[in-house]
Design a protein around this ligand. Structure first.
Ligand SMILES: Nc1ncnc2c1ncn2[C@@H]1O[C@H](COP(=O)(O)OP(=O)(O)O)[C@@H](O)[C@H]1O
Ligand SMILES: [Mg+2]
Length: 273
């Protein structure tokens, strides 16, 4: 269903993504892990055509995704919904309107701006909110909700597009453990019940192990691991995260969180240098 062939993205002379290849036969829940700067976000952004690839080919159900232009590209972007770490909702707008914005690609923009949504769309939005357990929040402003609820609103907005693929870029990185679990359970359910392909960049090894059918490990723009969660041994993790990473045989979420943070610090220093 998805075929990624030798895809690269250069920024200047540096390859953020360096000739990556993998394919997904049937729908699945795929986790992408790796430290900060490994190229995870750049890859998702190329899939969604938010960033152009420098080379390579991405085929989805036979279509050449990187060659799409104009209306065809926008149609793909609506079949390939993005979930971001920071939710990207309109904070002062009510929840149901935020969800309805997922339909913008399908509707004339002008009536939507004035809040004239077809009844069918409103009912669909409410049904999705109900399914995700947040229907009672529908009339509240998005900013009044907890982080976990806001991320579920973002997922509801994505579902409004009826996407074939859901790309989630660190969907739980800003959430506490309890909300993180609710959001991951929600994404997993959407995969299991709707058969949508989910590709999620995840910052903890534990989450990848727990939720994914398949894990892709990236390092310096390359794929250094591609396998099942139980093949993700400590040795493999060291390969993915770098030799300077220290963690015990029984890797706990705490040790991996610490690792993630260290990666970010190094990344920040690099940016400030
Ligand atoms: N717009 C950009 N301009 C220049 N360099 C970028 C840009 N976006 C990402 N990069 C670089 O590409 C590399 C991969 O970044 P990214 O895909 O964000 O990694 P990750 O999501 O794994 O943290 C990093 O070295 C980053 O500095
Ligand atoms: Mg990223």
């Amino acid at each position: 269903m998805l075929d990624v062939r030798n895809v690269s993205r250069l920024f200047g002379t540096k390859a953020a993504v360096d000739r990556i290849s993998f394919s997904v036969e049937r729908t699945g829940f795929v986790g992408v892990i790796g430290r900060s700067g490994a190229g995870k976000s750049t890859f998702l952004r190329m899939m969604n055509r938010l960033t152009d690839a420098s080379a390579g080919e991405i085929r989805f159900e036979g279509r050449d995704i990187l060659a799409l232009r104009g209306a065809e590209m926008r149609a793909w972007q609506s079949q390939c919904a993005m979930i971001f770490q920071q939710f990207n909702l309109v904070p002062r707008m009510d929840v149901v309107s935020n969800v309805l914005h997922g339909r913008l690609a399908h509707r004339a923009t002008l009536p939507s701006i004035f809040g004239f949504w077809p009844d069918d769309d409103v009912l669909k939005a409410l049904a999705i909110l109900d399914r995700l357990g947040i229907a009672e929040q529908a009339a509240k402003r998005a900013e009044a909700l907890s982080g976990g609820q806001q991320q579920r609103v973002a997922i509801a907005r994505a579902l409004m597009q009826d996407p074939k693929v859901i790309l989630a870029d660190e969907p739980i990185a800003s959430l506490d453990p309890m909300n993180a679990q609710v959001v991951m359970d929600t994404l997993r359910r959407i995969h299991d019940e709707d058969n949508r392909l989910v590709i999620a960049n995840l910052h903890t090894l534990d989450t990848a192990r727990r939720y994914c059918d398949r894990v892709i490990g990236m390092r310096d723009g390359r794929i250094v691991f591609d396998g099942t969660p139980d093949q993700l041994t400590t040795g493999v993790a060291r390969d993915i995260y770098g030799a300077d990473a220290s963690f015990s045989e029984t890797a706990t979420s705490t040790s991996i969180e610490a690792l993630g943070t260290r990666g970010d610090d190094a990344y920040a220093r690099e940016l400030l240098a």
